[in-house]
Design a protein around this ligand. Structure first.
Ligand code: SF4
Length: 463
């Protein structure tokens, strides 16, 4: 996935753009990009897989001049794309995942439209989006038609002489928030990008809503829908603690999740409550507050230089990051019965090999693993595209128990069923935990605080 940020100011916008974009660094590890419009467009893209956005763009942003600009931190594609179209030149950044990208690209190729940003044998999804939009009768018509054609999600910022068009994907899987400060407007994927830049969130864009942000103000170009399917994973794992989505703070939800987990845990002896940093930390704080047991840090993250272990695209790199970033503290671990809160168990291999193992090796007496969400049963169609159904821990358990992959897994989704219990026991043995208890779907939804029908819960329920 990606994080996108845009700003329009009465003055030069590049400093705001630089810092605003940088506050999305937790959302991608591959490319960073900025485009600014002053007298002319200037654009810069760098590979940030080994170096932080800040150090790569520090000199660039001082050279760029303009009062409106867009930026991106991207997990896959090189962005922003710069296109000369019948509506005039524009730059565009996107956040989402287009499931039928190949099919749509083939359709355009047949019409004689070519692609230039082909990398790793795939079409650049942002370029595809730009070319789909440029087929419309106007920019708004082009965005609307693109929304209709794509399967998946696509939120975008489009920088044009009119201003910045901001469009949230039509099902609302990914957020887009408008903010304001004296003399400037900004739009962001993450509200944490606003606070220190002096912006206050003024509007959470609705699914499918399109606005135009310019020096003269905000114009609504397309009304949004009232139905929502925002990704529940923002609060559980992917989002930043200081960010709000749909007005709901991430850290607070994680504390609620931890409290729910603790309420269902009356039968274990606990000396230490801990979380797998970073996102497991707040789940653990909630657990500790509810249970009255001390929150301690048996595993600390060596933050400088190590990013997320989930977003890097290759397994090898994910494993290396997972191995190196957590350092166990034997003095906190030895002889203790530890509750280990984790945001989720996807494959389970990193948890087993690099987290639980480190605790056993340092002398833990018992390890009780408590994921803040239910077992993940389905890969994401809309955003995180890296997991396949075969590698999910729950699916491996079901395959081992049944001897094949059953089509209907509804009994394994029901946390009260015998099959669910067997599956969880299998995963506990596999990750070498003393006990494993997952969050229930209802507790997770309650912890978030939105009605169930306003959340995407596909990863857990297939719905
Ligand atoms: S399928 Fe899962 S990861 Fe994808 S949007 Fe839905 S809840 Fe989020």
């Amino acid at each position: 996935m990606s994080g996108i940020f845009g700003v329009v100011s009465k003055e030069d916008c590049t400093k705001d753009l630089f810092y605003g974009t940088d506050y999305h660094s937790h959302l991608g590890t591959e490319y960073g990009g900025m485009a600014v419009l002053g007298k002319e467009f200037t654009r810069q893209i760098h590979n940030i897989s080994q170096t932080q956005f800040k150090s790569k763009f520090y000199d660039d942003y001082k050279r760029m001049k303009g009062n409106k600009g867009i930026g991106v931190i991207s997990a896959f594609d090189e962005q922003p794309i710069f296109l000369s179209s019948k509506f005039g030149p524009f730059c565009i950044v996107t956040n989402g995942f287009i499931e039928n990208a190949e099919e749509l690209a083939q359709g355009l190729l047949k019409k004689g439209i070519s692609f230039t940003e082909v990398s790793k044998d795939t079409i650049n999804a942002t370029e595809l989006t730009a070319k789909l939009i440029s087929q419309g009768k106007s920019l708004i018509d082009g965005i609307e038609k693109m929304f209709e054609k794509i399967k998946g999600s696509c939120s975008l910022l489009l920088l044009h002489k009119d201003g910045i068009y901001a469009a949230r994907d039509r099902f609302g899987y990914t957020p887009l928030i408008l903010g304001r400060r004296k003399g400037a407007f900004a739009v962001t994927s993450e509200t944490c990008a606003f606070t220190n830049n002096g912006f206050k969130p003024t509007k959470y864009l609705k699914p499918g809503e399109i606005i135009l942000m310019s020096e003269s103000g905000i114009k609504k170009k397309r009304a949004g829908a009232n139905t929502n399917q925002i990704c529940a994973f923002f609060w559980i794992y992917a989002g930043f603690p200081a960010s709000n989505y749909e007005g709901i703070n991430t850290e607070k939800v994680r504390e609620n999740c931890g409290r729910c987990l603790a309420r269902r845990d009356k039968d274990i002896k606990v000396d230490v409550v801990s979380g797998v940093p970073d996102s497991g930390t707040a789940h653990a704080i909630g657990y500790a507050m509810e249970s009255g047991k001390p929150y301690r840090r048996p595993l600390v993250k060596y933050t400088p230089g190590y990013g997320r272990s989930y977003t890097p695209p290759s397994q090898e790199r994910r494993d290396l990051v997972a191995k190196m970033k957590l350092i166990p503290i034997e003095e906190i671990i030895k002889g203790n019965s530890i509750v280990l809160c984790e945001d989720s168990i996807v494959r389970g291999t990193q948890l087993k090999n690099f987290t639980v193992k480190k605790l056993w090796d340092a002398g833990a007496k018992q390890i009780h693993v408590r994921p803040a969400c239910p077992p993940i049963m389905f890969p994401c169609k809309f955003n995180f595209s890296t997991r396949s159904i075969d590698e999910l821990a729950a699916r491996r358990a079901i395959r081992a128990l049944e001897g094949h992959d059953p089509e209907d897994v509804s009994e394994y989704i029901d946390h009260k069923s015998k099959k669910y219990r067997k599956m969880v026991e299998w995963i506990a043995r596999d990750i070498e935990a003393t006990t494993l208890k997952y969050q229930t779907i209802d507790d997770m939804v309650k912890a978030i605080g939105l009605p169930k029908e306003k959340l995407c819960l596909h990863c857990w329920t297939g719905q």
